[in-house]
Design a protein around this ligand. Structure first.
Ligand SMILES: Cc1cc2nc3c(=O)[nH]c(=O)nc-3n(C[C@H](O)[C@H](O)[C@H](O)COP(=O)(O)OP(=O)(O)OC[C@H]3O[C@@H](n4cnc5c(N)ncnc54)[C@H](O)[C@@H]3O)c2cc1C
Ligand code: SF4
Length: 329
């Protein structure tokens, strides 16, 4: 690991100023992703500004009926929160599907959103990777690409986004609150993460030095009827091959409201807008669920080793919608 300086932030503005002024500085949350990357040589920050003592560790009601989650709230605390479990079960379930109890005790809301891809070539500094070293090439395109993207990939990068929590937040239309040198801005979470395009080194639209301070959940009645389902190689401690976050409200046999996002399919959590449009007002039947899944996956471009993801995503979505319509999960 390269040597680095460490500072503990006591003021958010000062932390932003400190990191913004230093091109090789980074914020430190729970460290469960960043420190691993420092050990592997994937990240070599010269200064770490620890933001875990900033006053961002509360889960609070908002005047409009929504909920504000501080960026420092640990994943375990968010998953266990009574309001989250009853009003946004998809979020609690997504958090509990990620990592392990020990990791969730450390991992923060802000850090979870900004964790980097688990592409094995990204984590191996001996091989080319456009995300780690722009212009060096993508080892996954001709390599083992079983875990990689089937939607929205580019010729530069086919990696997938790893966070389970972010998939749930995208389905819930959360808003990310960010503090930068120019002040605060609000980013709809669907716009936070990027597709790789020609600059896969950029995972998000954040500028260097911008600090996530909170995530706001809107008041969303349909979210009370929501669930997360993750398909993975092992029952725990494994990233998603495919995951689905969904919320569904059925009235008189018809879909009144629906929210869907996929994980494991793309460089960002994938909001399934086509599937939602196909379902709104439709009969809540197996045929409607299948049609919706097929509409969303029509543009999928499977790679040599991951064609299984397309039927897996379709079947998982159908199964979850069926269970939600029956009042299950
Ligand atoms: C073995 C293992 C298994 C895992 N399995 C899963 C899984 O199945 N699903 C899943 O979703 N995750 C999984 N994880 C990942 C884990 O959830 C993340 O490592 C964790 O959420 C990152 O949060 P952190 O606070 O530790 O972030 P850190 O490691 O501290 O930081 C991550 C990034 O965010 C930046 N950052 C941190 N806080 C802020 C902030 N407030 N504002 C701006 N930038 C910030 C840091 O500079 C860094 O770039 C796993 C991790 C491990 C090690
Ligand atoms: S898929 Fe992306 S992260 Fe993986 S090797 Fe290719 S460029 Fe790097």
């Amino acid at each position: 690991m390269s040597p680095f300086d460490y500072e503990r932030a006591t003021d958010a503005g000062a932390a932003v100023a400190r990191v913004s002024a230093q091109p090789h500085a980074a914020f430190l949350g729970g460290g469960t992703n960043l420190v691993d990357h420092m050990r592997l040589g994937v990240a070599r920050p010269e200064l770490l500004v620890d933001v875990t003592r900033l006053p961002f560790s509360k889960i609070e009601p908002l005047p409009d009926g929504g909920v504000r989650v501080g960026a420092g709230v640990r994943n375990s605390d968010l998953a266990a929160d009574r309001t989250i479990r009853s009003r946004y079960p998809v979020l609690s379930q997504a958090l509990l599907a990620g990592a392990s109890g020990q990791l969730r005790n450390l991992a923060t809301t802000g850090g979870n959103l900004l964790q980097r891809t688990r592409c094995a070539y990204f984590q191996d500094v001996t091989v080319p990777c456009n995300k780690r070293k722009p212009g060096s090439g993508c080892s996954a395109i001709e390599g083992c690409n079983r875990d990689h993207a089937v939607l929205g990939a580019s010729e530069q990068c086919i990696a997938v986004h790893p966070s389970d929590m972010a998939v749930a937040l995208v389905a819930l239309d959360a808003v990310v609150i960010v503090l930068g040198r120019q002040g605060e801005r609000r980013i709809p979470i669907g716009d936070l993460h990027r597709l790789p395009g020609d600059s896969p080194e950029r995972d998000t639209v954040l500028e260097h030095g911008e600090l996530i301070t909170a995530v706001e959940l809107p008041p969303l009645p349909v979210a009370a009827h929501s669930a997360y389902y993750k398909v993975r190689d092992r029952a725990s401690y494994a990233f998603a091959l495919v995951s689905v976050a969904a919320a569904l409200q059925v009235t008189n046999g018809r879909v009144q409201e629906v929210r869907i996002a996929f994980g494991g399919l793309a460089h960002k959590p994938w909001r399934a807008a086509r599937a939602e449009a196909s379902l709104r007002g439709a009969a809540a039947t197996e045929e409607s669920y299948r049609r919706a899944a097929e509409a969303e996956l029509a543009d999928a471009k499977p790679l040599k080793h991951n064609a299984f993801k397309v039927p897996m995503a379709r079947n998982t979505l159908q199964m979850l919608l069926r269970q939600l319509a029956a009042g299950g999960r």
